[in-house]
Design a protein around this ligand. Structure first.
Ligand SMILES: C[S@@+](CC[C@H](N)C(=O)[O-])C[C@H]1O[C@@H](n2cnc3c(N)ncnc32)[C@H](O)[C@@H]1O
Length: 311
């Protein structure tokens, strides 16, 4: 359950897996953005796109969560990209604070105790001036999300221990619990599940972790449908959710807010003879700013425009 096999997703649908590999800004695939796979060949260099062929067949097991990676590789990734994942109990305590601020009361979903938590089994009640629908729509972002443990908690990213649906603590897990508790028909459930996914965002630099985060969100959807209706989602539903995931969990250098290793021709810039003679020919290219999607207004916008006070 912890290490999702890419071939398993392709077996469900090749198109589904290709959606999970998409970079919505560049309209190409996400790239590796890590040098940890270069021993597999030229196609695995950091700037190269991740494709179905590179992670299946004889290289079927190369993408695995941090907890299943060699200690040596874990250490290298910590040194190079500060990759240290947060244990679930810490994610839970912080997510509890987010909910405490929203609900205006403590311990809404669970009570944290001794580096663990006791889940509140009662139906969640909402303050007078706030509805469960508002909670589902409230936007949340995990910066530098790695495998996205603050959003979904199928397993503890540090111990690798699986977590049952009823006990999950991620920000999206909590929204899905609310949808499970407040809807009856499958149509209504799916409508609100879709909105829950539309309100959850995360970005990550390294392509392998980003893919795992996306897979974790997709499997969370499948598991919740099985939990609520005892059957798997159909292809159409999988495509809809995967499309949202491929927008909302995106590849970005959080420092520059650009797509890693991306370039496009610079707009409105003419290379002068002077530039050329000084060896500045490269200045006709610029990195590509990441786009995200606002599902309520049905528009895409540059992430930079929000951070710089645009919204
Ligand atoms: C400390 S880990 C945290 C991961 C996850 N949020 C958690 O709490 O378990 C930091 C993450 O930041 C990512 N990262 C490092 N530099 C980054 C950058 N410039 N932009 C985006 N992500 C970056 C790493 O790849 C790594 O996954």
């Amino acid at each position: 359950m912890v290490d999702i096999i890419e071939q398993e997703i392709i077996n469900m649908s090749e198109k589904l897996f290709n959606i999970l590999l998409m970079d919505r800004t560049t309209k190409k695939n996400i790239c590796w953005a890590t040098d940890h796979y270069i021993s597999y060949g030229d196609a695995y260099y950091p700037q190269e796109p991740i494709t179905k062929e590179l992670v299946t067949g004889r290289n079927a097991n190369i993408i695995s969560p941090r907890v299943a990676k060699d200690v040596e590789i874990q250490t290298k990734r910590t040194k190079e990209k500060a990759e240290v994942f947060t244990p679930s109990w810490v994610c839970n305590e912080q997510n509890n604070l987010v909910d405490e601020a929203w609900f205006g009361r403590k311990d809404v979903f669970n009570k944290s105790e001794n580096q663990c938590w006791i889940t509140n089994k009662e139906i969640i009640h909402f303050p007078k001036d706030k509805s469960w629908r508002k909670y589902v729509d409230a936007k949340r972002l995990e910066i530098s999300c790695g495998e996205a443990p603050y959003l979904v908690s199928r397993y503890d990213t540090v111990s690798g221990k699986e977590i049952a649906i009823e006990e999950r603590i991620g920000l999206l897990d909590r929204k899905l619990r609310i949808v499970n508790e407040n809807t009856v028909t499958e149509d209504d459930w799916f409508f609100w599940v879709k909105r829950a996914y539309e309100s959850i965002y995360g970005y990550e630099y390294q392509g392998d972790s980003l893919l795992i985060a996306r897979e974790n969100l997709l499997y969370t959807f499948i598991e919740n449908m099985e939990y609520k209706f005892s059957h798997k989602p159909n292809e159409e539903q999988l495509f809809i959710i995967a499309r949202i995931i491929s927008w909302n969990i995106w590849q970005m250098d959080g420092i520059t807010m650009n797509v890693p290793y991306s370039e496009r021709p610079r707009v409105n810039t003419q290379i002068s003879l002077f530039d050329f003679m000084n060896g500045n020919e490269a200045s006709d290219k610029e990195p590509i700013p990441c786009k995200i999607y606002d599902w309520r207004s049905n528009t895409s916008l540059e992430f930079k425009s929000i951070v710089n006070g645009g919204e």
